[in-house]
Design a protein. Structure first.
Length: 273
């Protein structure tokens, strides 16, 4: 059990990648707090984890309401007797707040909203969790970046800018919190099967999705939330105690080269099935 006796708080964990991280963490022995605004799937996931013999708590919280966010972190720490890991998983793509995201259609209010959720809320959650993390023998913060932390692709300019910010925030927080023995690392998923990425597929179309997102995957499939959960849980565990301030890709090899699978004669598995 990689995370035996550990207490882990995950934002945006009712669905998608966050839920995948929650499932893997619970399976690895951690007590899991699911922070989200989607109460029904959040509570359903708690029941699923408990039924499988794990420990879980759901807390309703909009991460941009900082009073709520502080209360959520305090409540999790009180309920489970501390916090070892904070996973700043929340992150919105441009198309969640605008149907046709572009510099021609969006204004600064859109940018501020994405920035608030994707970067500022991470820093605020880290701020509120630090007093608890300081008490842990194996404390760390994990933050959700993206392949968009490294390169551009169509339809998400504001998202990409903020994800670059998350990668840099990771390194600066790792420096700042080193004296408190809190490690800070970043995980950067490629195309992962979630509601968020399927929304992008609907908007951009299958061809664009294939070419820009899954086409370069050297592992010829779309990623699953548990693929990200496996990396995050390793980084949270004491097996990663010498790993700090690092930005990791979990993208099936997509950013290792410039090409798409057809060049190698490999047929990608259908990601729609
Ligand atoms: N899915 C991918 O392919 C992919 C790729 C790269 C990076 N990422 C990053 O991984 C993270 C998770 O992505 P996903 O695709 O699972 O997300 P998603 O869009 O599927 O949403 C996950 C959850 O976020 C919750 N949420 C939304 N706004 C919230 C708020 N204000 N407060 C609390 N919870 C809120 C939703 O209720 C939902 O349960 C994000 O940071 C995303 O940018 C995802």
């Amino acid at each position: 059990m990689l995370l035996q006796n550990m207490k882990i708080v995950i934002t945006a964990a009712a669905a998608g990648i966050g839920a995948g991280i929650a499932r893997v963490a619970a399976r690895d022995g951690a007590a899991v707090t699911i922070v989200d605004i989607a109460d029904e799937p959040g509570n359903r996931l708690v029941k699923e984890i408990q039924k499988a013999g794990g420990e879980a708590l759901y807390i309703h919280c909009d991460v941009t309401d900082y009073a709520q966010l502080e209360q959520a972190i305090d409540r999790s720490a009180t309920h489970f007797g501390g916090i070892d890991t904070l996973v700043n998983n929340v992150g919105l793509f441009d198309n969640v707040i605008h149907p046709a995201p572009s510099i021609k259609t969006m204004d600064e209010t859109h940018f501020r909203r994405i920035l608030e959720i994707n970067v500022v809320s991470h820093w605020m959650a880290a701020k509120f969790a630090t007093p608890y993390l300081r008490e842990s023998a194996n404390a760390s913060i994990l933050q959700a970046g993206s392949i968009a932390s490294f390169l551009g692709y169509p339809g998400g300019p504001l998202y990409g800018a903020t994800k670059g910010g998350v990668a840099q925030l990771t390194k600066h927080l790792a420096v700042e919190l080193a004296a408190d023995r809190i490690r800070v690392n970043c995980y950067c998923p490629g195309a992962i099967r979630t509601e968020g990425s399927m929304r992008f597929l609907e908007q951009a179309g299958e061809k664009a999705f294939l070419q820009t997102l899954t086409g370069p995957n050297l592992v010829p499939r779309i990623g699953e939330p548990e693929d990200v959960g496996n990396l995050v849980c390793f980084l949270a565990s004491d097996r990663a105690s010498f790993i700090n301030g690092v930005v990791y890709l979990v993208d099936g090899g997509a950013l290792a080269w410039r090409g798409t699978l057809d060049l190698l004669g490999i047929a990608p598995e259908s990601f729609l099935s």
